[in-house]
Design a protein around this ligand. Structure first.
Ligand code: TXA
Ligand code: MG
Length: 336
């Protein structure tokens, strides 16, 4: 990637120091940053995103050594996970130090923290010298941005600067692990898998995703939603469903590991098979946005295997698919 012009980072730091907002790339998705120590700046994030104030933000740090500044206590599993996975797509929920304003944590006694693995994010955090509170840089409930252009289209008129670091390599939000209490719980699956966490801790965790102890948009049943309805289907069922929808006059989009031979579709996005789950994660949000741009009404997504990052992709797809009624196909209408 291109080296960042130092003046651009300096400009971003100047905006953050005076309480402004800057969008920046991370390896997962783009974030919308404010100085985590400045309550007014943090409040502006909620206004710009349209996010309820009791939904807490993630604090981004330049290095794992700063964990002791934001956490009241750092348990040994927390330290081990930080050492093993930072910088990287893992967020740890720890007991909050009094130095972290309650605006950041939505009034909760814990704080979510991570060190992102992106050269621009690390340059920004290093030059700023403090902590950056940042949610994903999209409107509340919508699909997270994985390019600077996505941010520009969602929030461009409301933020002063968008640092462009190219498309995000991971493409879905970080894994969130709650290490604040006695038992360790996965609150949101992501690229750092449960297996990898268990291996690092040398012990098994509960397999079920725990309900979040705080209001958590990422844990709402409906989230990450494009306008188009999302249907997740096994590859074998995709073609018949596309034909059925098309006969009903619906504009269909396909997100598949490789092109289908004969399915009708207004638009197709394909990622190649092989490391399919990781490639789907990287392509997912851009494809959902592109489906909306193309005026697609239903996007049929090939179901990824529930392994590795596929678990997290299925989690996002399930929430994206939630709550929109299935199109009444001719077949259904005849049956009823
Ligand atoms: O990959 C990511 O995590 C991206 C990049 C920008 O770092 N950030 C991100 O932030 O996805 P956001 O705000 O869109 O999602 C953060 C999630 C929310 O579901 C929030 O409720 C949860 O983290 N969270 C934050 N603080 C928490 C806490 N103290 N306890 C439990 N969940 C927390
Ligand atoms: Mg978000």
């Amino acid at each position: 990637m291109e080296p960042r012009a130092p003046t651009e980072i300096a400009h971003a730091v100047e905006i953050l120091k005076r309480g402004g907002l800057v969008a920046f790339p991370t390896e997962t998705v783009y974030g919308l940053a404010a100085d985590a120590r400045n309550p007014d700046a943090v409040r502006a994030i909620f206004t710009v995103k349209g996010r309820p104030a009791d939904h807490p933000l993630i604090v981004h740090l330049a290095a794992a050594e700063q964990l002791d500044q934001v956490a009241a206590v750092v348990s040994s599993p927390a330290r081990r996970l930080a050492q093993r996975f930072w910088p990287g797509p893992l967020t740890l929920v720890v007991e909050r130090s009094a130095r972290v304003p309650l605006e950041v944590t939505g009034g909760h006694p814990t704080v979510a923290v991570r060190v992102p693995a992106h050269p621009v994010a690390l340059a920004l955090l290093g030059a700023f010298g403090g902590w950056l509170a940042a949610p994903s840089a999209n409107r509340f409930g919508c699909v997270s941005p994985t390019t600077a252009e996505h941010v520009r289209r969602d929030l461009g008129d409301q933020i002063e600067l968008i640092l462009d670091g190219g498309p995000c390599q991971v493409g879905i939000e970080s894994t969130i692990v709650d290490v604040s209490g006695d038992s360790i719980a996965i609150l949101r699956p992501g690229a750092v898998t449960i297996d990898a966490i268990e291996e690092a801790l040398e012990r098994p965790l509960g397999r079920r995703k725990a309900p979040s102890p705080v209001p958590s948009p990422g844990a709402l049943p409906r989230h990450y939603q494009p306008r188009a309805r999302v249907e997740v289907l096994d590859r074998a069922a995709l073609e018949a469903r596309a034909v059925e929808l098309e006969q009903d006059g619906a504009r269909v989009g396909l997100l598949v590991s490789k092109q289908l031979e004969a399915a009708p579709a207004a638009a197709t996005w394909s990622y190649s098979a092989g490391e399919g789950e990781a490639l789907l994660a990287r392509a997912l949000y851009a494809a959902l946005r592109a489906a909306d741009d193309a005026g697609v009404e239903v996007i049929l997504v090939e179901r990824p295997r529930a392994r590795g990052i596929g678990v997290a992709v299925l989690d996002r797809l399930t929430r994206a698919a939630q709550g929109k009624p299935a199109a009444a196909t001719k077949k259904n209408r005849h049956r009823s």
